[in-house]
Design a protein around this ligand. Structure first.
Ligand SMILES: NC(=O)c1ccc[n+]([C@@H]2O[C@H](COP(=O)([O-])OP(=O)(O)OC[C@H]3O[C@@H](n4cnc5c(N)ncnc54)[C@H](O)[C@@H]3O)[C@@H](O)[C@H]2O)c1
Length: 460
């Protein structure tokens, strides 16, 4: 396996500011060749595959076991790891059996157990799987949402605290050097937006059809029922069903509602929300949701967020979180092409020129002049646009000509935290606090009124 080159690391680090922490971790992880971690994965579906692709790019790991209900998924992982890493992977259907055989029995016999387990199963399995791993003494990386119920999430935090083991939750933007840079250097450091008054964000996507699979890959009814699924349709489309997931506002909103509180450095004060099943009439959960959330920001001022998840239209520019203030706006997205910085026309030009001169941001092409007459004298003229420095995100450890996979910094943060060389960027207790708004959005839809947050919403 190729390693990240020193030249590409330095190029990243020179401009990354706080991204340096990540780059340094990557180099250190590579240098400590003796620190081999034994790991396993539970759930090799769409997201399990994404995590696996990041994991496989990192050195000093022994991939010991794969657990999934589907034989084809397990076989794929076992054969891939055997062929590529020459390592033997054991397949498991049941996670309790995996924990017992790969960890508890080994530890009892003085052999090496598992250092970390990655969990990427449907949300309703997160809490029992995470608690079982932590209680056995294994560190856990579990995908978001922590659980489909607040009680399940609470149990995870308590198990983390009691076991003293690490619990990383898969809000991967928390380890993304571009997001860290925007928060620490632009929003909080330079206060580039002036007084933050608003934010908006969305995840809009077009109508999708239900997931299906060929008959020969369907699981037997007894397996489905044993693991909590009514039938194969529910097994594949679990997100839409009560008791299994919490619908699009949870599935997609979890990533973004987390960012508002993180960038404002504040807990939400109140939330209003509206949602319903407008299109997918056979589903349990709301397909379209709009929320208004209020915060007292780190500037000790009120800021209002408008956030929406629409699953019936992709109009409106995909997915982003935008922070707006009296001097400018910072629009963030995991997709760098959607990230932009805007200067308000009335903002101090000399100050913004100094941001550019100091390399904090870079100027983008001037906006094209409008060909049509301005309809109303009160309309603001087009704003000057800027960009964040290039190369904040690290390169691919196995191919420095490419960008690293989007989840790799978060996965590495977990592994380096096990090695004692980093601190988790999204541990269970912080994730619980961050997910409070997502849980309350559903409560607010049902209550049909503005709800206020209490201390107990944030503390497990
Ligand atoms: N961080 C992100 O950007 C991101 C993106 C997508 C999904 N996710 C999260 O990842 C998780 C998985 O989502 P997905 O889209 O991969 O779902 P999926 O349905 O594609 O995959 C789930 C996998 O888990 C397996 N599974 C189900 N129940 C199991 C059990 N009891 N024991 C063992 N295996 C079991 C299934 O066979 C399947 O392979 C969810 O929590 C989701 O919210 C995170």
């Amino acid at each position: 396996m190729n390693a990240i080159t020193r030249r590409s690391f330095l190029k990243t680090a020179a401009v990354a500011g706080s991204g340096l922490v990540f780059g340094a971790n990557l180099v250190r992880a590579q240098q400590n060749k003796d620190e081999v971690l034994d790991i396993a994965l539970i759930g090799f579906g769409a997201q399990g595959r994404v995590l696996f692709e990041s994991i496989m790019k990192l050195p000093n790991l022994r991939f010991r076991a794969i657990c999934d209900l589907r034989p084809a998924q397990r076989r794929y992982v076992r054969l891939w790891v055997k062929k590529t890493l020459k390592q033997d992977v054991t397949e498991y259907v049941d996670f309790n059996e995996m924990i017992a055989k790969e960890h508890t029995e080994n530890v009892k016999n003085g052999k090496k157990g598992l250092d970390g387990v990655f969990i990427a199963t449907p949300d309703f399995w997160h809490s029992p799987m995470t608690c079982a791993c932590l209680e056995a003494g294994i560190n856990v990386y579990c995908e978001k949402m922590m659980s489909d119920t607040k009680e399940g999430a609470r149990k995870m935090v308590k198990a983390m605290q009691k076991s003293g083991k690490l619990l990383q939750i898969g809000h991967q933007r928390k380890s993304n050097p571009r997001y860290i840079y925007a928060r620490e250097k632009l929003i909080k450091g330079a206060e580039i937006c002036g007084q933050l008054t608003n934010a908006n964000g969305q995840w809009n996507r077009a109508v999708t059809t239900d997931l299906t699979c060929p008959k020969k890959l369907e699981l037997p009814k007894e397996v489905l029922e044993k693991y909590g699924y009514k039938d194969m349709h529910q097994f594949l489309n679990w997100r839409w069903y009560k008791g299994l997931g919490r619908g699009p506002i949870s599935d997609l909103g979890a990533h973004q509602m987390d960012i508002f509180g993180w960038f404002f450095d504040a807990r939400p004060k109140s939330i209003m929300a509206s949602g319903s099943v407008d299109f997918y009439k056979d589903k349990d959960w709301y397909d379209n949701v709009m929320c208004i959330i209020q915060y007292d920001t780190f500037q000790k001022r009120n800021a209002r967020v408008f956030y929406q998840v629409l699953t019936t239209t992709s109009a409106g520019g995909g997915y982003f979180e935008q922070f707006m203030g009296t001097d400018g706006a910072v629009k963030m997205s995991e997709n760098p092409a959607l990230t932009k910085i805007y200067k308000e026309n009335g903002a101090d030009k000399a100050k913004w020129d100094s941001y550019v001169a100091n390399g904090l941001i870079q100027k983008s092409a001037d906006p094209a002049p409008s060909k049509t007459a301005i309809a109303d004298a009160r309309e603001s003229k087009a704003l000057d646009t800027y960009a964040m420095p290039d190369n904040l995100f690290p390169t691919d450890p196995t191919d420095p000509s490419k960008s690293a996979p989007i989840h790799l910094p978060h996965v590495l943060n977990f592994l380096d935290s096990i090695r004692g060389k980093a601190k988790l960027t999204c541990d269970g207790a912080h994730a619980f606090e961050a997910e409070a708004a997502v849980f309350k959005a559903v409560d607010a839809i049902e209550a049909k009124k503005e709800l206020y947050f209490e201390e107990s919403d944030f503390v497990a």
